[in-house]
Design a protein around this ligand. Structure first.
Ligand SMILES: Nc1ncnc2c1ncn2[C@@H]1O[C@H](COP(=O)(O)OP(=O)(O)O)[C@@H](O)[C@H]1O
Ligand SMILES: [Mg+2]
Length: 393
């Protein structure tokens, strides 16, 4: 392994409380010495434990960062087995796109050389941009908040992302790219502010795209919108002669406040490693039923509609990080749908990335086949009749 020693052992978690426009210090995330009894094999270099600060706990407006994982109480809270940290904190960090940019900037490694690096999740949290998805940020100080932010135009950012892909990124351009590194996902992306003052995730084309991925995603989002699924506003713009998809951020209402978010992976209590095999829509629905505010409407029907749209547009990349909920300290609510991108398909049959039909037991997998019969057979799991499911498809 390449040396990545001197990685930080502690980060301070700051949160934008609901309705607030400034962050407050909520607690510390730390690799605690003397915890050798616990497995060091947790993914992401952990385990990193979290403790709310006593001052935060005394605030009358304090909310839990996500109470199923980090209830609002004193003392150190350990992540679940094999997790580097609580999922709600890990959700706010970069995935492969941001991690690749950070590996390059910090260690000068890219491609296969970067895969030999042993960078822990805490480093990625502290080295990524502050304008992250949801309402959290990670700082080296618990008293002074300093945003890691470098405003740049879409063309400048696009240029930087292209140089990164080409292997010609300069240190100066690398700084500009930091801003988008905290946003999850694998595709290259940056954050831009529109003339309207709203923030957008700008999803970029790659010269190696096997099909017009950005256009395909724009079409997928458009179809979903037209059939009544809640999706953010999207629009294609040109930058450097290429298509860029601007997706309006739903975690930034536009008034300076930020909305807390948790991925479906965290809701399901899964890690990235386990998620691919065990993610299940019916179990996601169970969690929504447990944690949604009373009177939230027919959650089963709403979820089934999203699954049907994914099948119909050929989006088989509907894994548990491509669904999320808002968290307001007490309840969850499905966010608008995102990352609805038709995928290349080999052959005539396909499977969704999560079970559609409930598994018969905890050791078997449910049905995932991307077709109408799966939907009709699973109707009862979503609280709709088979006839209703057939009409919906
Ligand atoms: N409109 C949006 N508003 C807020 N957060 C979003 C929005 N769209 C996506 N996200 C967040 O950004 C992450 C990456 O976006 P995504 O479209 O899934 O990128 P990728 O195609 O690289 O997977 C998502 O996992 C989600 O957490
Ligand atoms: Mg995604």
């Amino acid at each position: 392994m390449a040396s990545t020693s001197n990685q930080p052992r502690r980060a301070y978690v700051w949160v934008w409380l609901p309705g607030r426009t400034e962050p407050v210090f909520a607690g510390a995330l730390e690799s605690r010495k003397g915890q050798t009894a616990r497995s060091r094999s947790a993914q992401g270099g952990g385990p990193f434990d979290f403790a709310y600060s006593p001052a935060y706990l005394e605030r009358p407006d304090a909310v839990s960062l996500y109470s199923p994982e980090l209830p609002l109480e004193g003392g150190w809270q350990e992540p679940a087995e094999e997790r580097s940290m609580a999922g709600c904190l890990r959700d706010a960090g970069p995935d492969s796109w941001g991690q690749r940019v950070i590996d390059d900037r910090l260690f000068g490694k890219r491609g296969p050389a970067a895969s030999a690096l042993d960078v822990d999740d805490l480093t990625y949290l502290l080295e990524s941009g502050s304008n992250r998805i949801g309402a959290l940020d990670f700082q080296i100080s618990n008293t002074e908040y300093v945003a890691r932010q470098t405003p740049a135009t879409l063309d400048e950012l696009h240029q930087a992302a292209q140089s990164f892909e080409d292997g010609t990124l300069t240190a100066e351009l690398a700084v500009a790219l930091t801003e988008g590194t905290a946003v999850g996902g694998a595709r290259p992306k940056v954050i831009v502010t529109g003339d309207d003052g709203r923030e957008y995730i700008a999803k970029l084309s790659l010269s190696t795209d096997p099909y017009p991925v950005v256009k395909a995603e724009a079409a997928g989002m458009d179809i979903a919108r037209r059939v009544g699924i809640s999706v953010p506003q999207t629009r294609i713009v040109q930058s450097m002669g290429r298509d860029v998809l601007l997706v309006e951020r739903f975690d930034r209402p536009g008034d300076g406040t930020r909305r807390m978010m948790v991925s479906a992976l965290t809701l399901l209590g899964l890690s990235d490693f386990l998620g691919a095999r065990w993610s299940s829509y019916p179990e996601l629905l169970d969690k929504l039923h447990q944690l949604a505010a009373p009177g939230a409407g027919s959650l089963g029907r709403a979820l089934l509609e999203r699954i049907i749209v994914n099948i119909l547009i050929g989006n088989t990349d509907d894994h548990a990080r491509n669904h999320a909920v808002f968290w307001n300290g007490r309840h969850v609510e499905l966010t608008p749908a995102y990352d609805l991108c038709p995928q290349l398909r080999m052959g005539w049959e396909a499977n969704q990335a999560m079970d559609i039909g409930r598994a018969a037991s905890s050791t078997t997998q449910g049905t995932r086949a991307s077709n109408r019969s799966t939907i009709i057979a699973a109707a009862a799991d979503y609280g709709v009749t088979r006839t209703e499911a057939a009409d919906m498809f």
